[in-house]
Every structure is written in structure tokens, then in C-alpha cells.
Design a binder for this molecule. Structure first.
Ligand code: FAD
Length: 234
């Protein structure tokens, strides 16, 4: 059955970094039940042939009140993200979902390795919140790459999570360069974490230019393509 498309009201707007904004929205007709890592499709009344569909991952696990937390960066000349930056509390959006298979593995029999670039952290943050709330944060590492230190998302929260859970290691990285530079720096960090160690479950999220070469690196060192979970943003 196709997911219902319904209006949602913007409840609040918060700037998380100079170029990343959070919208909390409340669907007006039906509650959303979703798994951390999933996303909604926004149907925006803009573009040459409206609606313009854009996907956004949930940043918070489902809440009793039913609101959804969406977090996005302002893409230079990006038509969808510029429209979202113009919204105010009380405005409405059309959305449908949830969609997507980028979710936590059913059995947590391997350590988890999360790798994100910039707002690619959004679905991963949602998974980490769910794991922390369930009381079992398995052995896990997060490499979170951002374009600058002041663009690290959820930095204080993730530092606090690592302080509370010795099983969780947080590795923020600031790299502002080409996809090749960013991937190169990430592989340098990954190598000592993976070489000679038991296999982990890698979960990669961000734009294709980041996710695909990292998946290729992982398959080169012995991972099956299916063992690498990915979410690509473009
Ligand atoms: C499953 C899925 C989940 C997503 N979840 C999120 C999310 O939680 N937060 C979020 O910010 N975006 C997310 N996106 C991307 C989002 O749907 C839009 O593509 C993004 O906001 C850019 O749209 P735009 O119309 O502003 O830019 P466009 O005019 O479509 O231009 C996109 C161009 O900007 C570059 N770019 C820079 N940053 C991004 C980015 N964050 N995403 C995509 N392209 C980028 C790309 O290289 C691309 O060439 C998701 C995409 C998918 C497919």
C-alpha cells in the first residue's frame, strides 16, 4: 500500500550550526511509526514542475507526541534546502513515509562502525539515540566528518555519549576539500581500526562521492558488498 501523503505543521526551527538547521514538524493526519535510519519524502511546492520531492532522514527516534525532527544543511543554490530555510513556525509541508532500509542490523553480533559526512550523521544519530535509550550501546565507533569544527553536528551530545558509554568511541574529523581529500583522510583513520581485526558492521551515510569510494575500500579489504550498509544523499 502506498504511504499516505499528509500535511505537517512546522513546530519549531533551530540552527544547529552556521549552515545546518533543524525543523520539528507534526504530521496532521496520521502518526508515523518508523525505524531509526528511515526517511520521509517532502513534496515541496517549487521547481519547474512542482512538487519537488526531497528526502530527509529522521534525527530523533519516534516520540510519544508524534513529531518528526528533520535536519539539513543549506546547499549552495540548492532549491529544496533553500525553500526549507525560508519556512517559519506554523507553516505547512506535505510529506509521506517512512521509507528506507538503512536501519540497524537485526542482530548486533558484530561491532558497529558508523561513518558519516556532514548531515549524513542525521540517520546515524537517530540510531545511536535509540541504542543509548535501550541501555545497550554495543561496541561501536563513529567517524563523523564535517567541513569545519564549527559544523560538527551534535558534537557536545556525542562527546557526552562517549563519556557515559565506554563501549562507544567518537572520532570527529574536520576536512574541507574535494571528495578525494575527504575519502583519503577517512581511509587513513579507518586502516588501523580494521586491519587485523574481526569484521565489523559498517554503516556509511552521506553524498555518493563519499559513500561509494569508502564502500569500494571496504570491499577491497574483504567485505562483501552486502555487509556494508549505506545511505546516499544524492
Ligand atoms: C534517503 C535520503 C535521505 C536524506 N536525508 C537528508 C538529511 O537528513 N539531511 C540533509 O541535509 N539531506 C538529506 N538528503 C538530501 C536531500 O534530499 C536533498 O538532496 C538536499 O537537501 C539537497 O537538495 P537541494 O534541492 O537543496 O539541492 P539540489 O539543487 O538538489 O543540489 C544537490 C547538490 O548539492 C550537493 N549537496 C551538498 N550537500 C548535500 C546534501 N546534504 N544532500 C544532497 N546533496 C548535497 C550534491 O552534491 C548535489 O549535487 C537525503 C537524501 C536521500 C536520498
Amino acid at each position: 500500500m502506498a504511504e499516505l501523503t499528509q500535511p505537517a505543521t512546522v513546530l519549531s526551527i533551530t540552527d544547529l550550526t552556521p549552515h545546518v538547521r533543524q525543523l520539528v514538524v507534526l504530521p496532521k493526519i496520521q502518526r508515523f511509526l518508523f525505524q531509526p535510519g528511515q526517511w520521509v519524502s517532502l513534496q515541496l511546492p517549487i521547481g519547474a514542475k512542482p512538487p519537488l520531492n526531497r528526502a530527509y532522514s529522521m534525527a530523533e527516534p519516534p516520540s510519544p507526541a508524534g513529531q518528526l525532527t528533520l535536519v539539513f544543511d543549506r546547499v549552495p543554490d540548492g532549491i529544496g534546502s533553500s525553500y526549507l530555510y525560508g519556512l517559519k513556525p506554523g507553516d505547512e509541508l506535505l510529506l509521506s513515509g517512512p521509507y528506507g532500509n538503512f536501519v540497524l542490523p537485526r542482530s548486533l553480533d558484530r561491532d558497529l562502525l558508523f561513518i558519516s559526512r556532514y548531515t549524513g550523521l542525521v540517520p546515524i544519530r537517530c540510531m545511536l539515540k535509540r541504542l543509548a535509550a535501550s541501555g545497550v550501546l554495543p561496541q561501536s565507533i563513529l567517524i563523523a566528518v564535517g567541513p569545519a569544527e564549527n559544523e560538527w553536528l551534535y558534537h557536545d551530545e556525542l562527546l557526552a555519549l562517549a563519556a557515559r558509554h565506554p563501549s562507544f568511541r567518537y572520532m570527529p574529523v574536520a576536512v574541507n576539500g574535494t571528495d578525494q581529500d575527504v575519502v583519503g583522510d577517512t581511509v587513513k583513520l579507518l586502516r588501523p581500526l580494521l586491519t587485523g581485526r574481526p569484521k565489523v558492521t559498517p554503516l556509511l551515510s552521506g553524498v555518493k562521492g563519499f559513500v561509494r569510494p569508502l564502500r569500494a575500500y571496504l570491499t577491497e579489504i574483504g567485505y562483501d558488498r552486502k555487509e556494508v550498509k549505506t545511505e546516499t544523499y544524492n
